[in-house]
Design a protein around this ligand. Structure first.
Ligand code: URA
Length: 482
């Protein structure tokens, strides 16, 4: 038996050096005892094997990518699993394509769990302010990840909070950003991080403003936001009263929806030929909603908090397509909850479209922005990003099967038409799409918000509402036909 003792819990390069040494020496996976730095060492009395720096064999890039992530999983078997796969890949380079293979399945599962963990860290880390005697402000956060995901997630916080001096402390490691460079350190304790600070109130206000009963329900049921994270959130003490208020609102909503006539759409089985995204098989809208979080089709995922998928009835007759989530949508994980959403809601209500029967989504699922101090300034997605994200919009159209689609703004129109579009030329008349869907094009609601002149704004608002009247009439005509 050969033993390998790694120093780091999650260092792919360290593991790779050791694995190359073993591979070069022809040591079969069954003869290797990998010692997790945290688990008991010395179970097997044997000599360590020399490290190998020379590349050996060859593996598909997909293995490297998955292995780099999976190595941060807290599963003590991860090093052995990776070596077994590395060994097997030498004989069968297409092994990763065998999704039923237990080693492959496990690798994918380990990597997915780490990505989820990293995502939770991005969403739930809360910085607290520390003022020193000289008045210098620093920020610190305590977080308890399930895996060793701090190192892979810290660059996200660097990009997001590059103007601050901060530390994130976890039980196994810590990360420090001094405004110029990122350093790592040992793990710590919750008490290393201050419990109260001046910005506490801001978090609470923020949380109650984005609080939404449906999100909470999903979060609780799916354990997206497990109670263990709540402990570290200042807003946790607001949760109980909010839930009480939300339950009443939710009950009211259930009663309203229950009184709607049942959908006339026949629920068809999802098409088998839909290409699975990375590791996920996408055969339903719910699958797509889950899979989009792992989207790497363009670089926008790197900076956004999360992908924001569409929302609304599964088989809505009408789908509104916006550009991309804004700052608030990015944080809340829901489309059109910010200022543009308010404009849209008001106009939809004014013309008499039942908002609860509308599916609302975006052409691009990740927020594109430029950090400016603590603010995130919206950036228009480019053609490549729009095209890359069409995959997700197509899935939404495929599963929801709307009869009418409304493109809100040039980005949505470009995505849906496959070419750049001028709103003024396209608005006011239906466009029949290849699949028979009727498309209406109008301005984006945030365009209205940006018009400084009041009179011009009122005029554009009227034009926007007139476009929505066409949509309402189209829906009514459809309903009359059935
Ligand atoms: N703008 C959009 O296009 N979509 C949103 O979800 C929010 C703002």
């Amino acid at each position: 038996m050969h033993s390998v003792t790694l120093q780091a819990l999650n260092d792919f390069d360290e593991w790779r050096r050791a694995a190359r040494g073993l591979l070069q020496a022809g040591i079969v996976p069954e003869d290797v005892a990998w010692r997790d730095p945290l688990t008991e060492a010395g179970l097997f009395g044997a000599e360590d094997v020399a490290e190998g720096d020379r590349p050996v064999g060859s593996v598909p890039p997909a293995f490297i990518e998955l292995a780099r992530t999976a190595i941060a999983n807290a599963d003590p078997e991860r090093f052995a699993l990776l070596y077994r796969l590395l060994w097997r890949l030498q004989a069968d380079r297409s092994l990763l394509e065998v999704s039923s293979d237990p080693d492959v399945t496990r690798l994918v599962r380990l990597a997915s769990a780490v990505r989820r963990d990293s995502h939770k860290m991005k969403a739930f880390v809360r910085f607290r302010s520390i003022l020193d005697d000289s008045g210098l402000e620093r920020f610190a956060a305590w977080f308890e990840p399930e895996h060793y995901s701090l190192e892979m997630t810290a660059p996200f916080f660097v990009r997001r909070f590059d103007g601050m001096i901060w530390a994130i402390v976890t039980p196994y490691a810590s990360a420090f950003w001094d405004g110029e460079s990122l350093a790592s350190g040992p793990g710590g304790k919750k008490t290393d991080v201050p419990q109260e600070d001046a910005i506490e109130g801001d978090w609470k206000t923020y949380f109650s403003s984005i609080f939404n009963p449906a999100r909470l329900k999903v979060a609780m049921m799916k354990s997206e936001m497990p109670v263990k994270y709540w402990r570290n959130l200042p807003e946790a003490e607001l949760i109980a009263p909010l839930i009480r208020g939300a339950r009443e609102a939710e009950q009211e909503m259930i009663e309203r929806v229950a009184s709607l006539p049942p959908s006339r759409h026949v629920r068809k089985k999802a098409r088998e030929e839909i290409v699975p995204e990375a590791e996920t098989e996408i055969v339903s809208l719910a699958d797509a909603r889950a899979a989009v979080q792992g989207c790497r089709r363009c670089p926008l995922y790197e900076h956004a908090t999360q992908a924001v998928f569409g929302e609304g009835p599964k088989h809505a007759q009408v789908m509104f397509v916006g550009e991309q989530p804004g700052d608030q949508e990015d944080l809340a994980g829901k489309p059109f909850v910010g200022p543009a959403g308010k404009v849209l809601d008001a106009a939809v209500e004014k013309v008499g479209i039942d908002r609860s029967r509308v599916y609302v989504t975006n052409a691009v699922k990740h927020f594109k922005f430029e950090p400016r101090g603590k603010r995130r300034i919206h950036q228009k997605p480019d053609g490549g990003e729009i095209a890359a994200c069409k995959f997700w919009l197509n899935l939404e159209i495929e599963f929801v099967k709307p009869k009418v689609i409304v493109a809100l703004g040039a980005t949505a129109a470009q995505s849906l038409l496959g070419r750049s579009a001028t709103i003024s030329k396209l608005r006011g008349a239906p466009i029949t799409m290849d699949d028979g869907t009727t498309l209406y094009v109008t301005n984006h609601p945030s365009y209205l918000l940006r018009i400084p002149d009041r009179e011009k704004q009122a005029l554009e608002r009227e034009k926007f509402e007139a476009d929505l009247v066409l949509v309402r009439d189209a829906i009514e005509a459809l309903e009359a036909r059935h």
